[in-house]
Design a protein around this ligand. Structure first.
Ligand SMILES: NC(=O)c1ccc[n+]([C@@H]2O[C@H](COP(=O)([O-])OP(=O)(O)OC[C@H]3O[C@@H](n4cnc5c(N)ncnc54)[C@H](OP(=O)(O)O)[C@@H]3O)[C@@H](O)[C@H]2O)c1
Length: 272
C-alpha cells in the first residue's frame, strides 16, 4: 500500500472527527441528582420503583405517582426500609390531566422528570379491539403528554443553580409482556434483564444527559440504526453513528432474517 493511500486512510476519519467535534450539539452536560427533586410516574412498581430506589439512595428528593394508593404505600415503605428516605406519593391516573396537574403542583417544581408509566397488551393486530388500542395510546402517549405539560412550566421557571433539568421517557424496544407466542420467540433472542440493572443503566444515562439511553447491546444497535435526526452530545458517538450507518443496516437485515426464520418455524408447528 502506498504511503499516500495510508495517509489518506488516516486523514479521512481524523477530518471527520474534527468536523464532528465542531458541529455536534448539544454540548455534554451532567444532571446531578443529590438534593434535587426527581418525580417518577409509574413509580410504585417495576422499573419505576427501581428508579425511585436508586434516586433516593443517591440523595434525591423523590416523588412517585401511580393510580393504586395501596401499591404507592407499599413502594414508599420498601424505599424507606432500603434507603431511609421518605418519598412523597401521589395517586393519580396519567390520563386525567387535572389530577396529574394537581399532583405536580403539590409535589413542587421538578428537576428530573421520569415519565415511566406504560401499558402494552401484545397480541396480533386483528385480535386487538379499538378500545385496547385507545387505552394504550391514552396511557402511554396522552398520559405522557399530560405529565410533561403539567411539569414543564415549573421546570423551566426553576433554577436551583445546580445544573440542567431533565425529562426522561421510558419506552420499550418491543412490548415484552403478555405477548403473543411469536413475539415471545423473537424477544427471547435478546434475552431479559433484571429490573435493577435496567434502572441502573437508565439512571446513569439520565445523569449523563444522554438523548437516548439503551439498556442492552441490541438496544444500542437499534439506537445507532434509528438515530436519524436525534441530537447527539458526544462527537465520538456521532462518529460511530456516521461510520456504522451502513454496516448496522446489514446487521439489522441479519436480525430480520433470523426473525423471519423464527416466524416460519412457528407457523409450521402451529399449522401441524
Ligand atoms: N417490563 C419490561 O419488560 C419492559 C421492557 C421494556 C420497557 N418497559 C417500559 O418500562 C416502563 C415500566 O414498565 P414496568 O414493566 O416496570 O411496569 P409495571 O411494573 O407494570 O408498572 C407500571 C407502573 O405504572 C403505573 N401505571 C399504570 N397505568 C397508569 C396510569 N394510567 N396512570 C398512572 N400510573 C399508571 C402502575 O401503577 P398503577 O397500576 O397503580 O397505576 C405502575 O406503578 C413502561 O413504560 C414499559 O413500556 C418495560
Amino acid at each position: 500500500m502506498s504511503p499516500f493511500f495510508l495517509l489518506l486512510l488516516l486523514l479521512l476519519p481524523l477530518s471527520l472527527l474534527a468536523i464532528l467535534s465542531l458541529i455536534t450539539r448539544p454540548k455534554p452536560t451532567k444532571i446531578p441528582l443529590k438534593s434535587r427533586h426527581v418525580f417518577i410516574t409509574g413509580g410504585s412498581s417495576g422499573i419505576g420503583l427501581a428508579l425511585a430506589h436508586r434516586a433516593a439512595s443517591e440523595g434525591a428528593r423523590v416523588s412517585i405517582l401511580a393510580r393504586s394508593s395501596q401499591k404507592l404505600e407499599e413502594a414508599k415503605e420498601s424505599i424507606k426500609l432500603a434507603t431511609g428516605v421518605e418519598v412523597a406519593t401521589f395517586s393519580a391516573d396519567v390520563r386525567d390531566y387535572d389530577a396529574v396537574s394537581k399532583a405536580v403542583e403539590e409535589a413542587g417544581a421538578v428537576d428530573v422528570l421520569v415519565v415511566n408509566q406504560g401499558v402494552f397488551t401484545a397480541r396480533e393486530l386483528e385480535r386487538h379491539s379499538v378500545e385496547d388500542v385507545r387505552f394504550i395510546v391514552d396511557v402511554n402517549l396522552v398520559g405522557s403528554f399530560n405529565v410533561i405539560k403539567a411539569a414543564l412550566p415549573g421546570m423551566k421557571a426553576r433554577d436551583d443553580g445546580r445544573g440542567a433539568r431533565s425529562i426522561a421517557l421510558v419506552s420499550s424496544q418491543a412490548g415484552q409482556k403478555s405477548r403473543p407466542e411469536v413475539t415471545a420467540i423473537i424477544a427471547a433472542s435478546s434475552g431479559s434483564m433484571k429490573t435493577e440493572e435496567v434502572a441502573r443503566r437508565a439512571m446513569n444515562g439520565i445523569k449523563a444527559g444522554k438523548f437516548t439511553v439503551s439498556c442492552n447491546f441490541e438496544g444500542f444497535l437499534l439506537s445507532l440504526a434509528t438515530t436519524g435526526m436525534s441530537p447527539q452530545r458526544s462527537f465520538w458517538l456521532a462518529f460511530l453513528e456516521v461510520i456504522t450507518a451502513g454496516p448496522i443496516r446489514l446487521v439489522a437485515l441479519f436480525f430480520q432474517w433470523d426473525w423471519y426464520n423464527a416466524i416460519e418455524k412457528w407457523s409450521k408447528t402451529k399449522n401441524k
